[in-house]
Write a protein that binds this ligand. Sequence first.
Ligand SMILES: Cc1cc2nc3c(=O)[nH]c(=O)nc-3n(C[C@H](O)[C@H](O)[C@H](O)COP(=O)(O)OP(=O)(O)OC[C@H]3O[C@@H](n4cnc5c(N)ncnc54)[C@H](O)[C@@H]3O)c2cc1C
Length: 311
Amino acid sequence: MQYVASAMGSLASLDVPLGPRTTYRVGGRADLLVEARSEHDLSRLADALAGAWPDGVAPVMVMGKGSNTLVADAGFRGVVVVLGRDFDWVSIKGTNMSVGGATSLPVAARQSATAGLSGLEWAVGVPGSIGGAVRMNAGGHGSDMAAVLTRYRSIDLATGETVERAADCLELGYRSSSLKLTEVVLQVDLELVEADPDECRQRIAEVVAWRRANQPGGSNAGSVFTNPVGDSAGRLIDAAGMKGRRIGTAVVSKKHANFIQVDDGGSADDVWTLVDVVRREVMRRFGVELVAELRMVGDFVPSTSSRDGGL
Ligand SMILES: Cc1cc2nc3c(=O)[nH]c(=O)nc-3n(C[C@H](O)[C@H](O)[C@H](O)COP(=O)(O)OP(=O)(O)OC[C@H]3O[C@@H](n4cnc5c(N)ncnc54)[C@H](O)[C@@H]3O)c2cc1C
């Protein structure tokens, strides 16, 4: 780790808390965090990782806005990469919108609406980055990234190779893509549709209002599980009687059963334990295997509070 830290100089920080970089705001520390300010920094990082782990894949993780990520209380024993301000930009030409990998989705959605471009209004309610949205094929309100993404540019930290490819290469599916864990999305091209800016802004206002009415606040990472085919994870969790179920500092939202919230200063391991309890209860009651949409990072241990949670 020291080797990579030395190679990256002032861009690297040792022993960094990750909780504040996620919407859950809990969890432990990373051994090393590197903030890349340019593609050149990422090439240097790829070289440093190859030097430090000559015989295998480096334990590396890209982090965007941390809105789909839960970091274990024990932290992450590896290198976390974040993209700096040079990756936060939007450029519009005609109906094409090019966006940097670190750009906030809600910001991109609002800018597209102001420019009279339709197709990204749903994204105003998804508090992630463009890079995270590509990896997850984020979506909502009947659309997703796959509907608008035409090209992307990425670098693979395992090889240092930069590629520009058509969106088809990503095999985007329901909250999934074929991006490698070591691949960092640097920028994307989105194809949108000309529309009346006032109508676009109206749709944005409707999405915001719907979110306020239907989703809880507090510390969470959106939907914990993907929806099983033909059903909704929230409906199943609710029907299993899990709304309001608490393990230590984590609780299943009473407003939306597919959201798990955590108390301020709470424990990521409590959240992880509750995710497992919910999954097992839905399997026991309905024989349906819920699949986590939430990315869980690091080594979790079952929460001691789970003994009080009626497991
Ligand atoms: C209140 C709330 C509501 C939400 N609603 C929705 C919703 O409606 N629909 C939906 O799909 N999601 C929703 N989410 C989840 C989340 O916002 C999305 O999954 C989002 O796309 C994650 O982006 P991020 O930058 O926060 O990713 P992170 O949480 O930082 O990372 C998620 C994954 O993406 C990877 N990643 C991040 N940046 C890059 C990059 N530049 N290149 C390559 N990989 C990268 C990470 O390595 C990780 O595997 C919601 C979350 C919250 C908190």
